[in-house]
Design a protein around this ligand. Structure first.
Ligand code: FAD
Length: 316
């Protein structure tokens, strides 16, 4: 009843509250498409500045443009059938100083922006361990990047059943154009993992743009993804960019001492029965690669290895 109008069940609009100094994240700042400079403008423009000031009950002179940062920009055409104009919807971080706080009001949806800092890098006391990562999809590559940030490198081996992107591209071409399937190098298997030959839409938890999501986007951007992915509401990389990005990521990891072994299909684990430590992995063909730690980043298509894990029992 507290949040309804005189107990009628009609939701009451939340009242505006005093504004306090700090960094705030303002959601759903709308600018109609005819007033917006368009999808390619990803910075702060005058109409957006005015819209944010209006939301904060401030005059534009009280809030410098430089205190605004665009976090997300998405196109919203949902109301067009009701003859409403399509709009761009923004998420904006705003730094409020003492003066602006004294004059403005805070109206939901608005929340304190997370601190700018990214999660602390891992710190490992021992960096000489032999670490085997199975799978060179997003999970395996990001595991390797995090371990390299933490000081590991020469002890890391990435085992990938498929082929590097250059060769994988040819195998996929043969599949699409001549209907020849390479069972180990195809749309699901190979460097970059499943989805590398999609158009590279990034969808997971993009809207809130948390520090973790930003870290992933900034890493992709560092290796060659377009700057637009950092702001666009529907970030999109494109297969051409993905191939270049993966080559850059591989060069970076190899520069740190990480070893890539393509065409290396892991068939079973050494040890690992009922929760015992895994001491190595066995490749198809019999070679055993010993390790102190094993990261299984095998995605959802590797049914043969999942069956093997099931046979071993334990908590995988
Ligand atoms: C056709 C398609 C299109 C997609 N499009 C998009 C998209 O546009 N946007 C989006 O966000 N997501 C998309 N996805 C989903 C996305 O690809 C997955 O969420 C993501 O790839 C999962 O990452 P992963 O590293 O966990 O697994 P995977 O990407 O599956 O990587 C696992 C890797 O492990 C390797 N591997 C498996 N078993 C073994 C073994 N026994 N030995 C050695 N190596 C092994 C595989 O070859 C593979 O390279 C798409 C998926 C598919 C299939």
């Amino acid at each position: 009843l507290v949040n309804t109008w005189k107990g009628t069940g009609v939701r009451r609009r939340p009242a505006a509250e005093p504004l306090t100094p700090g960094r705030w994240r303002v959601f759903n700042v709308d600018v109609t498409s005819s007033k917006d400079p368009g999808k390619d403008e990803l910075g702060v423009h005058q109409v957006l500045h005015e819209a944010v000031c209006q939301r904060l009950r401030l005059e534009c002179k009280d809030l410098p443009v430089t205190s605004l940062t665009v976090i997300r920009k998405s196109f919203d055409g949902r109301n067009t059938r009701k003859n409403k104009e399509p709009k761009f919807s923004y998420v904006v971080d705003v730094t409020i100083d003492e003066d602006a706080a004294a004059k403005g009001r805070r109206k939901p949806p608005m929340e304190l922006a997370p601190s700018e800092s990214l999660p602390e890098p891992l710190r490992c006391a021992v960096t000489q361990r032999k670490i085997v990562i199975v799978g060179a999809g997003p999970a395996g590559l990001f595991a390797a990047l995090r371990l390299v940030d933490a000081g590991h490198g020469p002890g890391i081996v990435i085992l990938e059943r498929g082929q590097p992107v250059e060769k994988r591209g040819k195998d996929i071409g043969a599949l699409f154009h001549r209907r020849i399937l390479n069972r180990e190098s195809n749309v699901c298997y190979g460097e970059g993992g499943a989805g590398t030959w999609s158009d590279g839409k990034l969808t997971s938890q993009i809207g809130r743009n948390s520090a973790h999501v930003r870290r992933v986007l900034e890493t992709l951007n560092k290796f060659g993804a377009p700057d637009t992915i950092l702001v666009n509401g529907k970030p999109h990389m494109g297969t051409d960019n993905l191939v270049r990005l993966l080559r850059n990521a591989r060069a970076h990891l190899e520069g740190a001492g990480v070893q890539f072994r393509f065409g290396s299909k892991v068939q079973s684990l050494e040890g690992g029965e009922a929760g015992a430590p895994v001491t190595g992995v066995r490749l198809e063909g019999g070679e055993v690669i010993p390790c102190d730690h094993c990261v299984l980043a095998i995605g959802h298509s590797s049914r043969d290895l999942v069956k093997e894990l099931y046979r071993l029992g334990g908590d995988y």
